[in-house]
Design a protein around this ligand. Structure first.
Ligand code: NAD
Length: 295
């Protein structure tokens, strides 16, 4: 069993750290928010007073922070206190350039590091069924795999430094675009007199099949696991979807990729966020599509 430093105990990091404790690890956790610390303490996390204290004595350090700036600031702060030989694993979703900058900071300080963003949302974090997409050297991946296992259904090595983030952003480009397409298909069907059930029964076993339809269907009453059946309480919020689409859009621009659907999906989620939808599950965009369709 390992001593693990865990920085960022929010919606994701809270349940992830709890699963590490349940697997028998000693988790030294820190968050800026007192409520997150309280919840972590109740889950058996050894709550400490600073990020530096969290990494002290830890053989692995996991970060689960809001974004790239938080990650780089955190690494600058804690790296001098990280134990020799410790492995750094960042599971936040950040820009590829920031992920690679974090690897460079860790490498210069003499530490192995991985970017290991996740898919599966808060439900996956709670159930310990996240998918980890990992970028970094093979030897570090081998070392991290058993540590990540209690939080994961799958841990996949996607290549060198930053490639975990590349994978995550490409996956979420598909997810954002497919949710909009599924929403448009239901509204179009409704307006032409088709029942949602009939469309679901066919598309869910036909070529329209996708996760946005069969696991997180934006229409309530069709799929038990859908956040639509819980008043679109996230799940994966529209604000986070916009964050990921923007990361994909900026990476597309930087790499000269013609990602037209990605750009449009970003625009539509931007508008949905501006309309006040950011705190709802990203499937709630169907409401905006319905409202904008002519009476
Ligand atoms: P969150 O805002 O609930 O948690 C982030 C936590 O980091 C907060 O509790 C905040 O207080 C803490 N924090 C910020 N700066 C800190 C610092 N310097 N030191 C210590 N703690 C600090 O966000 P979340 O939903 O848990 O998401 C975390 C990351 O996971 C994000 O990068 C997000 O994009 C990604 N992600 C989220 C989901 C999801 O469904 N929520 C799914 C996949 C990936």
């Amino acid at each position: 069993m390992a001593v693990i430093g865990f920085i960022g105990l929010g919606h994701m990091g809270g349940p992830m750290s709890a699963n590490l404790v349940a697997a028998g690890h000693v988790v030294r956790g820190f968050d800026l928010a007192p409520a997150a610390l309280e919840a972590a303490r109740a889950n058996g996390v050894t709550v400490v007073g600073s990020a530096v204290e969290a990494v002290t004595g830890a053989e692995a350090v996991i970060t689960m922070l809001p974004g790239g700036k938080h990650l780089l600031d955190c690494y600058e702060q804690v790296l001098p206190a990280v134990e020799p030989g410790a492995l750094l694993v960042d599971s936040s979703t950040v820009d590829v350039a920031d992920a690679r900058a974090a690897h460079a900071l860790a490498g210069t300080a003499g530490f192995g590091s991985l970017d290991a963003p996740v898919s599966g949302g808060t439900a996956g974090a709670e159930a310990g069924t996240l998918t980890f997409m990992v970028g970094g050297a093979e030897e570090h991946f081998q070392r991290a795999e058993p540590l990540l296992a209690p939080m994961a259904r799958k841990v996949i090595h996607c290549g060198g430094p930053g490639n975990g983030q590349v994978t995550k952003m490409c996956n979420n480009l598909v997810l954002g675009a497919s949710m909009i397409a599924v929403g448009e298909a239901f509204v179009l069907g409704e307006r032409l007199g088709l029942s949602n059930q009939a469309l679901y029964d066919v598309a869910s076993i036909s070529t329209g099949q996708c996760w946005a339809l069969t696991t997180n269907c934006p229409v309530p009453g069709l799929v038990e696991t859908s956040r639509a059946d819980h008043d679109y309480e996230p799940g994966f919020s529209a604000a986070l979807m916009l964050k990921d689409l923007k990361l994909a859009e900026s990476a597309a621009e930087q790499s000269g990729t013609d990602a037209a659907i990605g750009r449009l999906a970003t625009e539509l989620y931007q508008r949905f966020n501006e309309e006040g939808g950011g705190g709802y599950d990203f499937g709630a965009i169907i409401r905006s599509i319905r409202e904008r369709s002519a009476a």
